[in-house]
Design a protein around this ligand. Sequence first.
Ligand SMILES: [Zn+2]
Ligand SMILES: [Zn+2]
Length: 136
Amino acid sequence: MAEPELEGGCLCGQLRYRIRRIHSVYWCHCTMCRRSSGSGAIPWVTVAREDFELIAGTPRAYASSPGVERRFCGACGSPIVFDMAREAQVDVTVGTLDAPDAVRPTHHIWSRSALHMTAGLGPDLPRYAAERPAEE
Ligand SMILES: [Zn+2]
Ligand SMILES: [Zn+2]
């Protein structure tokens, strides 16, 4: 995948961020992402911590599990970042990129909880029942 520098932000524009380098892109069908986004599934772009930079605003955070923070705009509510403290990477919502078509999901995770209505999302991409196995 090409490695363009990407920018994005929340609905109201108070939060803005920059991504230097993409690690991977995937759909998550877990029930927590569903609740958090209000959508059927979330496409995420995974980036190394050092490749993600907030350039405007300060997000609010919700600890959705021990050691996990979901960061969002306190003004408009857009979910922006999923941060698992033990990981060297963070996930950023593809839907808040300025140019979401610049990235392409390559797989699905938590397909065991996927909704029927999401069957048409990347139907030919690999589906993992839960987390993606390491070094896949
Ligand atoms: Zn906002
Ligand atoms: Zn999820």
